[in-house]
Design a binder for this molecule. Structure first.
Ligand code: CAA
Length: 283
């Protein structure tokens, strides 16, 4: 199938990044959210990213304006009746996602693929909320989307092979590298990344080292671009906790138990960069 028109639902950090890379690859994109202010904020982030590219001489003003013209703001979900693909990037909450997918199933044309950017929720369960589970698939982008090369593509139990192939081909068109993964909690990325972050939080909690020392060990010793506590702040501590809980519940194994310090920070509202405070303080 040839994808031409895309709707990205959710104009936050991930959704706006996904809309940006789709528009950069030549797709017409609706950037949809519940309120105009959310969509405007997403568009402002995209504009800022593209302006930086122009300033660095990596893009012309004309290219920037062509990319922006391909993005249409949307607060009316009925716009989805025109699209070939929806990529959902809303809050990580199963009820919100299943209700949205049921609506999209009614609105979108029968050929449309419904993809989710969920970082750990079961694709199979989201697909079951629709009458087209064979057209539901996971398309997991990494943050920051315009920079990170990986897209984990997750097959649900019922995902059709041709749907997988369409999404794989599109991912390459987005200048990203697709990696095929089956539907298990946390997929591959978060099954491995989050226990590492959780272990770093345990090391801090137990007083093994300072936060700076923990980050330095992983940056200089393992060549990670960010230490695990800096990365946790970057991802959002609420998201980290949510993913650990999904792993803990999904596998039923105590090795995935979220660190009490992570719970405490989330309860305090110290969610990382987005709230100005997490393990570190941000201006
Ligand atoms: N949006 C768009 N572009 C950005 C950006 C952002 N938020 N942050 C940085 N960039 C761009 C910069 O403009 C720069 O572009 P050019 O090469 O074109 O000049 C490039 O990225 C490098 O940026 P910097 O030199 O400012 O900074 P850096 O070299 O330290 O890189 C980083 C920043 C790419 C974020 C790097 O620190 C990094 O890779 N960190 C780890 C990120 C990571 O692990 N992400 C995965 C998180 S887990 C996840 O997303 C999945 C999940 O489900 C939780």
């Amino acid at each position: 199938m040839d994808v031409q028109k895309v709707m990205v639902v959710g104009a936050g950090q991930m959704g706006s990044g996904i809309a940006q890379v789709c528009a950069m690859a030549g797709y017409d994109v609706f950037l949809h959210d519940l309120q105009e202010t959310y969509v405007e904020r997403g568009l402002a982030t995209i504009t800022k990213n593209l302006t930086r590219q122009v300033e660095k001489g990596k893009m012309t003003e004309e290219e920037k304006s062509n990319i922006l013209q391909r993005i249409t703001p949307s607060v009316d979900l009925q716009n989805a009746r025109e699209v070939d693909l929806v990529i959902e990037a809303v809050v990580e909450n199963m009820e919100v996602k299943t209700s949205l997918f049921a609506q999209l199933d009614e609105i979108t044309p029968p050929h449309a693929i419904l993809a989710t950017n969920t970082s750990s929720l079961p694709i199979t369960e989201i697909a079951a909320a629709t009458k087209r589970p064979e057209k539901v698939i996971g398309m997991h982008f990494m943050n920051p989307v315009p920079v990170m090369k990986l897209v984990e593509i997750i097959r649900g139990l019922a995902t059709a092979p041709e749907v997988y192939e369409t999404i794989e081909a599109m991912t390459r068109k987005l200048n990203k590298v697709p990696v095929e993964v089956n539907d298990f909690p946390g997929f591959i990325s978060n099954r491995i990344l989050m226990p590492m972050i959780n272990e770093a939080i345990y090391a801090l909690y137990e007083g093994v080292a300072t936060k700076e020392a923990i980050d330095e060990v992983m940056k200089l010793g393992m060549n990670h671009p960010m230490g695990p506590l800096t990365l946790a702040d970057f991802i959002g501590l609420d998201t980290c906790l949510y993913i650990m809980e999904t792993l803990h519940e999904g596998f039923g194994d105590d090795k995935y138990r979220p660190c009490p310090l992570l719970r405490k920070y989330v309860k305090a509202g110290w969610l990382g960069r987005k709230t100005g405070k997490g393990f570190y303080t941000y201006e």
